[in-house]
Design a protein around this ligand. Sequence first.
Ligand code: C2E
Ligand code: MG
Ligand code: MG
Length: 712
Amino acid sequence: MSALPDGPEDRLRRLTTIWSRAVYPVTSTSLTRVEFEDLLRPLADRLSELLRARSFDAEGARAVGAALVTAHCTDPEALSRSLDCVDAYLVLYCGGDGPQDELRMRSSRLQHAMAAGYAHALRARTLAEQESVAQAALRAQGVVAQALHASEARFRAVFEGAAIGIGIADLDGNILQVNEALTRMFGLTEQALRGRRVLDWTHPEDAPQTWRLYEELVSGDREHYHVEKAFNRPDGTALWTNLTVSLLRDPDGVPQYQLAMVEDTTERRLLNLRLRYEATHDALTGLPNRTLFFERLEKALAAGEGQRFGLCYLDLDGFKTINDSLGHAAGDRLLVEVADRLQSCATAPGEMVARLGGDEFVALTTGPGTQREVDELAERIMHALTGPISIDGRDLMVRGSLGIVEGPAGERTAAEVLRSADITMYRAKSAGGNRAETADAESDARAITRHALTTALPAALERGEFFIEYQPLVHLGDGSVRGAEALVRWLHPQHGVLGPDRFIPLAEDTGLIVPLGRWVLEESIRQARVWGERYGADDTPLRINVNLSPCQLGHPQLVQDTVEILERTGVAPDALCLEVTESALIGADDDLLKPLRRLAEMGVDIALDDFGTGYSNLANLRRLPVNVLKLDRSFTQGMQQFPADPVDLKIVEGIVSLAHSLDLAVTVEGVETGAQAEQLRILGCDTAQGWYYARPGPPENLHRLALVDTTG
Ligand code: C2E
Ligand code: MG
Ligand code: MG
């Protein structure tokens, strides 16, 4: 992406320039482009204010739409281009660092209101235009007595030259005269039109009052009426119009003719339908989006007595890994396939599926029987996810965590329901994923929302609420402790100890991972020095493994910070091992690998963590500056039963021999039994980590273990 302009003023000016460049060419105005841009400036200003307002109200954008009409931007293309521009640049230039999801939703609702204001103003303007034509016609009639010919000529000029369609019929509905614009709209010759009767023009979509108003007019009880009306064209398409009909009386006031003025709104109507569709549907999957889902949910919650709702909130498990390792295009295709499958789960009336964003989907069911229906819906969804999805010739397994909320209408707001669904979904995820959980009020009350944790993170770091547990790494050959992995925890003042799975993703999203990661690094290296001073004088020093997030990897200070900490503490680089996940390195270009390479050259070990969970290419390993492979827990789990699955054994054996031939050491994670440890030793793994040896714990535990091993 190109760099953003500096200040908010600059950004706003930039937005205005882009907007005026897009719209000026389709606007019939006598202004210069610079003057036109000045005209748009306050509109952009207003949109920016609305976007960032503390309490959001999209209605203000109607005035912006109306102002476009006043500025003569009445070509439908002008609206469509304006909306495209707002869609692409408003959040980017005016959103600041607010939450992207919320900003995007606001932007789409602003566009919707803008389009509505635009359509409304355009209609009002056309009606005013029609009114003045009618006045001219009536004036012409009024002067008939004095200057019949002159006024007749003037009337004909208005009649023929008008851009809107005009027709005159008698009070029985026989059409007497039509202008050229009207023949063009209907796609009929003047002759053919003149043979018609007004009463033949009923249409299935006529509003109920249409023909009552007509009767009142021809019987002289009404002077005019406006309706929106459709007509059938000879080619079978519908002509949509704003129709104004006025009664013409003779000089004595006796009703004589009816005068119809017809504005073709077909295009605008299609545009409106399209805009409405785009504002309420997700471009990737075609599913209803968050905006439409909220509308439906709010409607369901406002339904009367006896009505209920059921909601399934789905978040895919491990979607980020797929995106990171196979690329966004593959991720997108996966989402489209998931969307199709979900859609087929909710086809009954009152059911809908929507995409909330990212890999989050919702399914809604409404009516009196949702208590039973929602469980069936959840089952259908979980079942629909089971079959593999084939992308680029690979069969991917998708799993999801589902939160179910069900209840009567009229008790909670949409936001409360969604919060409960989110909490419940998260509960399913924490329990290992690939399952559905049902909401209950008690866990809702206890639950900590991700939002609350995110906002508490920065202060937590300042207040020193984080601490580190160490889990020993044991040599499989002789059982000696070789080092430990540092695993960070958060001692939250209200919620107790939280594991990294709860907050590392949040810290990554907000960038706090950089200072947090630096703290972990410094703290663990300091600990390694303490161990070095107390024990490892003669034999190999205890080494420390520290996890690095992908964001830290891309941070320009990484190498400098690490070197500085090592020097300050006096710990040798080869006592440090940095763990990076496989998915962070797959597809990494040389620039991203450069800092790791520099660290490796200095003697720091680099381990590829959770190996085997991504979709990596083994041949790729040669490119990476890595000297340790950490096999993911899932491999070890396969060895729990006895005898172990022979295929699992073969896979691990293969990986180990490949790793060794590339000069990589192999560490295994999640060793829980002695049998596993023995098996892995036979397969040639070098070091191991797991509950069999020790759970992660305070640094003193390691002192004890290391002492036992080295002395005993
Ligand atoms: P990891 O690096 O793969 O860490 C190993 C995880 O496996 C740890 O979970 C550990 O407690 C758990 N584990 C160890 N032995 C066993 C066993 O025998 N059985 C089972 N079932 N589990 C075992 P933990 O502490 O919850 O950490 C989760 C992940 O959070 C880590 O996975 C690591 O990716 C990340 N993490 C932890 N500390 C940091 C940190 O300081 N920075 C960053 N960026 N990530 C961290
Ligand atoms: Mg690790
Ligand atoms: Mg791991």
